[in-house]
Design a protein around this ligand. Structure first.
Ligand SMILES: O=C(CO)[C@H](O)[C@H](O)COP(=O)(O)O
Length: 223
């Protein structure tokens, strides 16, 4: 069995009681925190003050996904706040190598995110600067969208490139992950899965996490 991780997205949680919502996913590997600025994406969620409090009260590591503009300026603050990993969008960064180094220096794992139509190829040389690559499988901004199969070849190309580095760089897939789509994403080489609706939309989110993780772990990577 492979080692795979499930990071539920609190975008699908009850924002009036995030602390309680964290306890409902106690089986998760981390909690995925979607930060949106209504500029890089057409939606607005939470910012640094809320993430700081989440870091203080959460027993799960925080996997922060920044869907914000001017990310070079703001991202290190999330690492300093205690996030275990911070994902910045390549499309929003003027200096992604410097930013990845700044994140690691501030104590978090450095992760670069790509929209579905952004190719990985321009960024292959900077893979050693990263701990994780986040490949969006929906257009960022909203939960509950359908998984875009068009990203599967990019997941495979990224997995092959990572194998070429010999480094333990994870591939995270975010958007439209269900009991069906997780199999395709896992076979393509992803090993960390963000799931919002298919976890928080169930009666037992903790059990949904376990089911998704077992499904992903049962796959064989075919690149
Ligand atoms: O980043 C996101 C949207 O931009 C969310 O994390 C993602 O869409 C998860 O929600 P769902 O599993 O419902 O698709």
């Amino acid at each position: 069995m492979r080692t795979c991780q499930i990071n539920p997205s609190i975008l699908s949680a009850d924002f009036t009681n995030l602390q309680r919502e964290l306890t409902r996913i106690h089986t998760a590997d981390a909690v995925h925190v979607d930060v949106m600025d209504n500029h890089f994406v057409p939606n607005l969620t939470i910012g640094l003050p809320v993430v700081k409090r989440l870091a203080e009260v959460s027993e799960l590591p925080l996997d922060v996904h920044l869907m914000i503009s001017d990310v070079d300026r703001w991202a290190p603050g999330y690492a300093e706040a205690g996030a275990a990993s911070v994902s910045f969008h390549a499309e929003a960064s003027a200096a992604p190598i410097k930013l990845a180094r700044d994140l690691r220096a501030a104590g978090s794992r450095a992760c670069m995110a790509l929209r579905p139509a952004t190719p990985i190829e321009p960024y292959l040389d900077m893979l050693p600067e990263l701990d994780m690559v986040l490949l969006m499988s929906v257009e960022p901004g909203f939960g509950g969208q359908a998984f875009l199969d068009v990203v599967l070849p990019k997941i495979r190309r990224t997995r092959r490139a990572i194998e070429g580095t010999g480094l333990p760089i994870a591939i995270q897939v975010d958007g439209g992950i269900t009991r069906e789509t997780i199999l395709r994403a896992a076979e393509a080489g992803a090993d960390v899965f963000v799931a919002g609706s298919s976890v928080y939309g169930t009666q037992d989110p903790a059990e949904a996490v376990v089911t998704l993780r077992n499904l992903a772990a049962s796959t064989t990577v075919s690149v």
